[in-house]
Design a protein around this ligand. Sequence first.
Ligand code: PXG
Length: 441
Amino acid sequence: MALDRKPAPNDLSAFWMPFTANRQFKKAPRMFVSADGMFYKTDDGRDVLDGTAGLWCCNAGHNRPKIVEAIRQQAGELDYAPAFQMGHPKAFELASAVRDMAPEPFEHVFFTNSGSESVETALKIALAYHRARGEGQRTRLIGRERGYHGVNFGGISVGGIVNNRKFFGSLLTGVDHLPATHLPENAMTRGQPEHGAWLAEELEAICTLHGPENIAAVIVEPMAGSTGVLLPPKGYLEKLREICTKHGILLIFDEVITGFGRLGSSFAAEHFGVMPDLITTAKGLTNGVIPMGAVLATAEIHDAFMTGPEHMIELFHGYTYSGNPIASAAGLATLQTYREEGLFERAAELAPYWEDGLHALADCPHVIDIRNMGLIGAIELEPIAGAPTKRAFQAFLNAYDKGCLIRTTGDIIALSPPLIIEKSHIDQLFGTLRDVLTALD
Ligand code: PXG
């Protein structure tokens, strides 16, 4: 167990923190110094219940023995091996383990170091795949409003979060966006909403506008996480699949959040019974412990590249740390932990209890919508007039003071606990949230 108490560093100025209100944070820092199971420990010695699995990534909870040991051992055995033109056994083992866990059509795994890199990789594979098949005119990409696909240029171009895009120039050209899947008439739905399958029809309109033969891929999160848990209406993903297939367009599911058990199944593709052509992952692949991501590809896509002289590189893409030995070891131990502890099944079993606890908060002040699926939940608050995001951020600060870590995006509270959560923790989380919401301005 790491140190329980550790003084905060006395100079916070050098670290420019990501996606953080730096000046506000540095005036009143919130520091974690250790973590175990469902709880973080703060520098002032308080336990904080992890209601968000870190940033949607620590699906097996914290300080898990198999993962810790695997990293320790691997670091002493083979710390690094060149990723290009050389191999090491663990990367191959992990690729096979991911393939075995994935739905049937996915047979090949390309390693990256983050969700953002998985997205760039998938978009590039899609473009190069069409070119390899003699359809190099398929260059257009389609994303969705309120979609999050990481922070690199491809990802923010297909993504639909205004602040992630508007400061950063002209982005990729040739990108269109589907409308978001969030409809007010679905408010307070438990699980998948009834209304809105028709929103997928917009893809036909975009195809008509540009000519479907010019479109390479559509990328969506099967369930949008970052923008506040926006669920796919019943029939929506099926419709997207149908239109993509009809026009020869690749469908990419960004499963950086939904992959590895979040919805009570290995992948959302399996959960919804809709198969895309490429799946992007990261986060839960290594339990968030070591940076790693992966793109899953069907044999059809992979095999399209396996032509030409055998001494030639087939895909001019990859990272220094693709399949890094320590990350691979962490990934193998993570998947083993998921399997041995039956964590995906556990998430599915707990989901109804989670849903009931979450929706019981509907009578709290300011709550205008509640959404859930698997071990994910969102509570949408009425924004304070003229001060959007302020109310939810106050809820975040108050929950932290009361010993619970939650996430907020806009005026939406997002919850995604480790899959090892017990019913007593669920009660603690929702009990704290009731107190927090009741006391909010
Ligand atoms: N795609 C999706 C669907 C994601 O959710 C990324 C790509 C990018 O992953 P990396 O590893 O590059 O960060 C993500 C990441 C939040 C939150 O609070 C969500 C993410 C990351 C950090 C915070 O909702 N999602």
